[in-house]
Design a binder for this molecule. Structure first.
Ligand SMILES: NC(=O)c1ccc[n+]([C@@H]2O[C@H](COP(=O)([O-])OP(=O)(O)OC[C@H]3O[C@@H](n4cnc5c(N)ncnc54)[C@H](O)[C@@H]3O)[C@@H](O)[C@H]2O)c1
Length: 442
């Protein structure tokens, strides 16, 4: 078993640490935020992610948390799991990665620096050169990008579709592969540049599928087809597969938006205009805003109307609000003059723009509301179309941004219903009261 140091106690760092400890390795997690390290030492996990608290507790004897970089000095592997957010230009901000490299303590033997953070192609080569310049040529470097998805991070880490390992020296790659030997997964070995590109290209492809199905959904709306059926019919084709074909209000989160920008920027810095990816990003931005058109079609001008946003996290089973579509939606609604109420079972609503009323329950959100918008596919919203909710709302309109509900059942329960890419019943768009005259909103 090995001694593994982890830089960054975020989603990737803590999940990596918890899972390596579960696999029997000794793990030291280093972060720079004192409150985080203190909380972890007291057994508290700083974010909502299934199985992480249990795994950290179960393997507590093999896990330590520290602020002091010297505590990782005797580790054989040093995993870089720090955040790489976008800069104003769209490039990845690598300042935290470079801080880790610059702060490396004196290291003996042949420790290996392993890059799990998502970085532009060419980063490994630059870090290799930086290490060599500092006389750290005895420190190996391996790219080992992470593919876990929040909400199912531990499952993904322990049952990966593949493990990508790019190394300058085969022995370093072998050593990193050895850490995962208990997992049953194909290992893709490559050079460092290719491993970095595998991560960016995989994310770009997933986003392309999302924007593709969202555009199909928009055409379905214009032509009377049902995207849920269409996706089923597409997904059964073994050449295509069923995944990432759920139409909705666009992707968000800490990875897709920033990684698509970073890849687009990486291409254009190299003189190539990545046309397809530019369209994928643009489609996603427009998709988030289409909900406004749907609300306007039912309610007319939104000034003074009350809209309940149900679910705020960028997806279910996480409290991550980074780049969540709820933020764009709330801003657009406020700009239209609507009163916005917002509820989520775990996410921090204060990340929304000022002026949004954050409430504690679905009941509080929908009371006297003119519309309820399902923004995140939380399980508890599957029963939204109830008598109680209908009775509480001023106007029983549900805009289902995740196609979570059954349209027919919802209409039978007395609601007007709008999904994404699903046929609209003519009865839905005609208002119950004369002042709610339909408009030709997009
Ligand atoms: N979150 C995901 O679903 C996911 C999935 C795959 C890959 N990634 C990539 O992994 C990386 C980390 O993402 P995340 O979501 O875990 O980020 P995060 O923001 O949740 O965590 C990053 C942590 O690094 C810490 N940190 C910053 N500088 C440090 C330093 N010098 N030393 C030690 N710790 C430091 C921060 O305090 C923070 O706790 C990013 O590059 C991201 O793109 C994320």
């Amino acid at each position: 078993m090995s001694k593994v140091g982890i830089f960054g106690a975020g989603w990737v760092g803590l999940v990596t640490g918890a899972c390596f400890a579960e696999l029997g390795h000794e793990v030291v997690v280093r972060d720079v935020v004192a409150e985080k390290v203190d909380a972890l030492r007291e057994g508290q996990v700083p974010f909502h992610e299934e199985s992480v608290p249990e795994l950290l507790a179960k393997n507590a004897e093999r896990l330590t948390y520290t602020l002091d970089v010297n505590d990782v000095a005797d580790c054989e592997f040093l995993f870089v799991c720090v955040d790489t957010p976008p800069t104003y230009s769209g490039d990845a901000d690598l300042s935290r990665v470079w801080t880790v490299v610059d702060e490396l303590p004196e290291l003996q033997g042949r420790p290996i620096l392993v890059m799990k953070s998502t970085v532009p192609v060419g980063t490994g080569e630059k870090i290799r050169a930086g290490l060599d310049q500092r006389g750290l040529d005895h420190v190996g470097y391996v790219s080992n990008p992470e593919f876990l998805a929040e909400g199912r991070a531990v499952r993904d880490f322990m049952n990966p579709d593949r493990i990508a390992i790019g190394a300058f020296h085969a022995d370093d790659g072998d050593a990193v592969a050895g850490l995962y030997s208990a997992l049953d997964a194909p290992v893709v070995r490559s050079d460092v540049n290719s491993a970095e590109m595998i991560k960016l290209a995989a994310n770009a492809f997933l986003m392309t599928r999302i924007s593709f199905i969202n555009e199909i959904a928009n055409v379905c709306e214009a032509t009377g087809a049902d995207v849920v059926k269409v996706a089923e019919g597409i997904g059964l084709d073994h050449r295509l597969g069923p995944h990432f074909l759920r139409a909705g209000i666009g992707y968000g989160g800490s990875c897709f938006p920033k990684d698509s920008l970073a890849l687009k920027q990486l291409a254009s810095n190299s003189g190539y205009h990545f046309q397809l990816l530019s369209a994928v990003i643009e489609v996603n931005e427009l998709q988030k805003r289409r909900v406004i058109g749907k609300l306007t079609r039912h309610l007319g001008p939104l000034r003074g109307k009350t809209v309940a946003l149900l679910g705020l996290a960028f997806k279910a089973n996480t409290d991550d609000m980074r780049e969540a579509p709820s933020i764009v939606l709330a801003s657009r609604l406020l700009a239209e003059g609507a009163n916005v109420r917002a509820w989520d079972p775990v996410a921090d609503g204060t990340k929304l723009p000022k002026g949004v009323d954050i409430v504690e329950s679905v009941r509080d959100a929908v009371r006297d509301a003119d519309a309820a918008v399902i923004v995140t596919e939380w399980d508890e919203l599957r029963s939204l179309a109830s008598d109680e909710v209908r009775g509480l709302m001023a106007n029983p309109l549900i805009v289902d941004g995740r196609n979570l509900l059954d349209p027919e059942q919802t209409r039978r329960a007395g609601f007007s219903y709008e999904g994404i890419g699903r046929p609209t019943s003519p009865a839905d768009v005609f208002p119950q009261t004369p002042e709610r005259a339909p408009t030709s909103g997009a």
